[in-house]
Design a protein around this ligand. Structure first.
Ligand SMILES: Cc1ncc(COP(=O)(O)O)c(C=O)c1O
Length: 392
């Protein structure tokens, strides 16, 4: 089907604003050299885009020191840098059952390899963690609290300000996974008492894949767990401690940075509030439509306050993967099915045994007509669910 309705924006945003494509093309043709490594003009200009974007992103997250904005490949990379660089053998960490595998798996590895003890705070039936549940779980050796700012499954935005305050009182570094929120809702790390924010460029920041990073607040020192080229002070044998080099290794994805800078500019011109309002209007229409259908269950969407435009649902008796395939093949609607790399969320909403759910992720370019097509598709699947049911 030519006119695909793309509702998989929680996986990656698509399409990107036109300016992202054009700027990346122009930038790479004119300035695609290795920034910060030499003194010739092109190199300086490539460096300007890198440093300018560092400044814009630091500012976007409410950070004061652009050098503490470090670029990596994506959230997974950034979260690994932060988690491995903050925890040591025998430490205790606090996290939640809302996490993506990019937090869960590093923590599982550390539990097995370095005897790091981790407590996972569960979410309630509405899809939120309670800050008081953290309070009770702090220990003398708690060295990190890491929380998914908004669930990539049920879309709930967590009370990070309250959790941040608790961490601050105890002097424990607080890391948020902003993969789903950066570019969707404002994030001011100082207002939220967040110490480290991990972001990915290809979702709501509207950049390309392969670029992401961290902002690290002053006073929080992440150990470098890798070493390599920095382009400066090459005779020094150990990897540099100064930011940004401390957490940047090898040639930066400068093409990705260029695309990300164009995405960020587009977002700032449109305004996050306006984009969020548009997306929430569409996801509310989706939620209402799905809720009214017989045989369809929507999870944690009763009250859409403190939500982003992501929702999961199931058609009674039908495998989510089959729902996804029918939506795609019969209706030209793209969504994401399964466990969404967040197995504990599916345990929490009771969908593990039925292989997960189908997810719609709304983006800035979706329209009310897209929602209508998606609803028509699910309505047809639900009306014929007995014929499609293969679950026991
Ligand atoms: C909450 C959350 N964390 C982390 C990630 C990982 O992002 P990336 O694949 O860009 O590393 C995702 C992406 O699906 C996500 O939704």
């Amino acid at each position: 089907m030519d006119d695909l309705v793309y509702l998989d924006n929680a996986a990656t945003s698509f399409p990107k604003p036109e300016t992202v494509y054009t700027f990346m093309d122009q930038f790479y043709r004119r300035f695609g050299v290795n920034p910060g490594r030499s003194g010739f003009d092109l190199c300086v200009e490539a460096g300007d885009i890198l440093e300018g974007t560092r400044r814009s992103l630091a500012d976007f997250f409410g950070g004061r020191d652009p050098n503490r904005l470090v670029f990596g490949y994506n959230s997974t990379d950034a979260l690994n840098l932060a988690i491995y660089g903050l925890l040591e053998e025998g430490d205790h960490a606090l996290s939640t059952t809302l996490e993506h595998n990019s937090v869960l798996r590093p923590l599982y590895h550390l539990s097995e390899d370095w005897a790091v003890d981790v407590d996972y705070v569960p979410f309630d039936e509405r899809g939120f963690v309670d800050p008081d549940d953290f309070k009770a779980r702090f220990r003398d050796n708690t060295r990190l609290v890491v929380v998914n700012h908004a669930s990539n499954v049920i879309g709930t935005v967590q009370p990070v300000k309250e959790i941040g305050r608790l961490c601050k009182e105890r002097g424990v570094p607080f890391l948020i996974d902003a993969s789903q929120t950066a570019g969707k809702i404002p994030i001011d790390i100082r207002e939220l008492d967040v110490d480290v924010v991990a972001f990915t460029g290809h979702k709501s920041l509207l950049g390309p894949t392969g670029i992401g990073g961290l902002y690290v607040e002053e006073g929080v020192e992440i150990r470098h767990t890798r070493a390599g080229g920095t382009g400066v002070r090459s005779a020094v044998r150990r990897h540099l401690d100064e930011y940004p080099w401390r957490l940047e290794y090898g040639t930066t994805n400068v093409l990705g940075v260029a695309g990300l800078s164009a995405g960020l500019l587009w977002l700032q011109e449109k305004g996050l509030d306006e984009i969020h309002r548009h997306e929430m209007e569409l996801v509310t229409k989706l939620r209402d439509g799905l809720r009214d259908m017989e045989g369809v269950t929507v999870y944690c969407q009763d009250d859409l306050t403190d939500h982003i435009a992501v929702l999961v649902f199931n058609v009674e008796g039908v495998e989510a993967t089959n729902t996804g395939t029918m939506l795609d093949v019969e209706h030209g609607v793209a969504c994401r099915t399964g466990l969404h790399c967040a197995p504990l969320v599916h345990e929490g909403i009771g969908t593990t045994g039925i292989h997960g759910a189908a997810r719609f992720g709304v983006g800035p370019f979706n329209t009310a007509a897209d929602v209508d097509r998606a609803l028509d598709g699910v309505r047809e699947i639900a009306a014929n669910r007995e014929a499609f049911a293969i679950r026991q």
